[in-house]
Design a protein around this ligand. Structure first.
Ligand SMILES: [Mg+2]
Length: 235
């Protein structure tokens, strides 16, 4: 039987997998872009529009390195000023290209499996709420909280949105797991005191210490104890 990721009373060993002892974790918080939905074509298209409209000589690859942070923070990282008009262009172009977004294989099924196993699900994303909502609605999964930069607090890699999601759910950090795909996600989880699993199918690479890596959405079910769920029984 594979090791499961459950509430840990011991530090990580070997840096690749968390060990367990007692009860399973029960709060699953997830990033959106690069974890649930492949929005890279949307972002690429929107950034192309930004470059055109604002005569910016910043390739998408450079923008992409900072994904996971709120848009204004990415602009700051890129040394760009006068952010508001750029954000407006980006936002409008993203909405226009939203049809290019695709769920990663197995995401909806896996999230339903967690929900049926009585996990509470939440989203912690740096995507603004108005663009996150239609993508989340397509998944058809009951999210108990959605935290975006529209709320109070600092954005990732600060722990604020994860902590706020836990407050929404009345949950302790020790009972939660965050799944992200960028080093800023890993940092936010660490600073919030929640366990972290890296989505290996996403856009970024994790930093050290090496986190647990899920190879696919379905791999999350292997790593995490979802209780009496029999894989394949839901469809
Ligand atoms: Mg992401």
């Amino acid at each position: 039987m594979p090791s499961r990721l459950t509430r840990s009373s011991t530090p990580t060993s070997g840096g690749t997998r968390l060990h367990h002892d007692t009860e399973p974790l029960r709060v699953l918080l997830l990033d959106l872009d690069g974890v649930l939905v492949d929005t890279r074509p949307v972002m690429e298209s929107a950034w192309r529009q930004v470059r055109e409209d604002h005569s910016l000589d910043v390739p998408f690859e450079e923008y992409e390195r900072h994904l996971g942070r709120p848009f204004a923070d990415i602009m700051e990282q890129l040394g760009l000023a006068d952010v508001e008009p750029i954000h407006q262009t980006y936002s409008k172009a993203s909405t226009a290209a939203s049809h290019l977004a695709r769920q990663f294989d197995g995401v909806a099924e896996v999230l339903h499996a967690f929900a049926i196993a009585d996990w509470r699900l939440g989203i912690v994303t740096s995507k603004p709420l108005d663009r996150a909502t239609p993508l989340l609605a397509q998944l058809g999964v009951p999210f108990a909280t959605v935290r975006t930069p529209s709320g109070v607090g600092r954005g990732k890699p600060a722990p604020d949105p994860i902590l706020l999601a836990l407050i929404d759910l009345g949950a302790d950090p020790a009972d939660a797991l965050y799944v992200g795909d960028m080093a800023v996600d890993q940092e936010a989880a660490r600073r919030a005191g929640v366990s972290y699993v890296h989505a290996g199918w996403g856009y970024g690479t994790p930093s050290s210490p090496a986190p647990v890596v899920a190879e696919s959405p379905k791999d999350l079910l292997r790593l995490v104890d979802t209780g009496p769920f029999l894989e394949g029984s839901l469809l």
